[in-house]
Design a protein around this ligand. Sequence first.
Ligand SMILES: Cc1cc2nc3c(=O)[nH]c(=O)nc-3n(C[C@H](O)[C@H](O)[C@H](O)COP(=O)(O)OP(=O)(O)OC[C@H]3O[C@@H](n4cnc5c(N)ncnc54)[C@H](O)[C@@H]3O)c2cc1C
Length: 407
Amino acid sequence: MTKIVIVGAGQAGSQCAMSLRQGGFEGSITMLGDESHLPYDRPPLSKAVLKSDMEIERTIYRSAEAYSDQGIELRVSTPVQSLDQAAKRLTLADGSSLDYDILIVATGARARSLPLPEAAQPYAHLVRSWDESLALKAKLEGGTKDKPLVVIGGGFIGLEVAASARIMGWPVIIVEADSRLMGRAVHPRISELCLAKHRAEGARVELNTMTRDIEATGDGLALTIGDERIEAAGLVIGIGALVNTEFLQGSSIYSERGILTDANQRSADPSIYAIGDVAICEDRYLASGVRLESVQNAIYGAKLCAAAILGKEAPRQEAPWFWTDQYDYGLQMVGLYSPELTWIERNNGDDSVTLIGLDGDQIKAGQVINASQDFAVMRRAVDTQLPVDPASLSDTSTKLKALILKK
Ligand SMILES: Cc1cc2nc3c(=O)[nH]c(=O)nc-3n(C[C@H](O)[C@H](O)[C@H](O)COP(=O)(O)OP(=O)(O)OC[C@H]3O[C@@H](n4cnc5c(N)ncnc54)[C@H](O)[C@@H]3O)c2cc1C
């Protein structure tokens, strides 16, 4: 009987286990996760979990019984320590070992931190896991709000946390080293609109600015932002992620940047696959050689991996897509942002904008704020590579759907 072991019990691992069973895999599936929780959804951690009384049960994908009913052995609180590639054997943190025929690496990433003095650490927060989000929530609910919360990093997670904290009444300072918000992923127009939104909602946003000299003050911390010394109640560090690949050190597929895979999520070792945030697909439609961190990438990659293992046809090609919610701005994007594309803007009024990224007469990317119908249309156009008439697209008197999906 073929033995599949999945390391990492998160979005990608849990989807892959289910897809294998749905596809008819009859061998054994063991999934090992180092957290104490059942696999859960991370997007609410920087949004609803902070702002509302959302319990972990609402973020869990499936009950323990749902896994056992499918014959999936799920072992939580079980970190994997190392891999013996030649023997196809994993060593777990408790010293025991586990053999596999096929290994699926689904260990995701963790939030990158900053070097901090020990006394300042209780006031600094990362937001990647349920436990980290709860620790920040306790700070936000318990504090007196007379000193600000400082968010280092104007990327998606930093901005979502900043919006949640402002909604809870906190004074917020966002510090971003780059000249614009979410600079690697979004069009400058989206950065500009989001910057205006955060400022209009009362956050102070410092661009082109670094923080330094962080120290504990007894009830919080002090840090220098640009040239100014500021006392803060707490700090949120949102400066990107590091992949969890340490247990692969010494193996031929180890990299601290992520595990390289082919279009089917298979690594250079034919018995090892990698999926989700930890994987870099060398050959993936519209996102080759890029390490993506999104729900869509985790789910789609898991399905590709399961199909490849089962020898079944791959699921239909899907362009990468992502969403983020900040205040009442619902930002959605499909494809990857590139300044090389020709961008057309449709101003829909009422805090709503649609940006269309064209290569010739094909839509390769799209980004919207509060325009989910346009987003759905652009997803279809990007996935199917329908030719469009670029000159017509800025005509806001006609719906985008009518302009793109003419037939
Ligand atoms: C705060 C936050 C907000 C987000 N918001 C959005 C959003 O709005 N839209 C969107 O598309 N995406 C969002 N994402 C991204 C999305 O949640 C991730 O891309 C997705 O969770 C990746 O799934 P994964 O299975 O690869 O990794 P994970 O879900 O992180 O699962 C990996 C698991 O493996 C475990 N693990 C690591 N090492 C080991 C080991 N050695 N042994 C055993 N277990 C191990 C980890 O602890 C973890 O439990 C957000 C992420 C975060 C953190």
